[in-house]
Ligand binder design. Structure first.
Ligand code: SF4
Ligand code: SF4
Length: 96
């Protein structure tokens, strides 16, 4: 599934930079998750990073987007090909 931010969100801005897919942005009132970019962190991490950092636990699974694991993997691969890169390399990998 993609995940969903509920109206319990306090706009703390902690989750947005943690998302490896740039799926989180500030909406009209609270932060929102783009279901076309959320992979539940599949391909990047073992656990959803936004859920890990949210101080008010307001990021449940989105019942409107009940994606199975193959769908999440396909989304991850589509996003990677769209950016023209694989999983980001460590910052120092280009040196020497
Ligand atoms: S579960 Fe992962 S990919 Fe989905 S919004 Fe949260 S941080 Fe981004
Ligand atoms: S971490 Fe939780 S409370 Fe903070 S902006 Fe994200 S969803 Fe909202």
């Amino acid at each position: 599934m993609a995940l969903l931010i509920t109206d319990e969100c306090i706009n703390c801005d902690v989750c947005e930079p943690e998302c490896p897919n740039q799926a989180i942005s500030l909406g009209p009132e609270i932060y929102v998750i783009d279901p076309n970019r959320c992979t539940e962190c599949v391909g990047h991490f073992d656990e959803p990073q936004c859920v890990q950092v949210c101080p008010v636990a307001c990021i449940p699974k989105d019942p409107a987007h009940p994606d199975d694991p193959p769908t999440l993997w396909a989304r991850f691969q589509r996003l990677q090909s769209a950016t023209g890169s694989a999983v980001p390399l460590p910052a120092d990998s280009a040196a020497g």
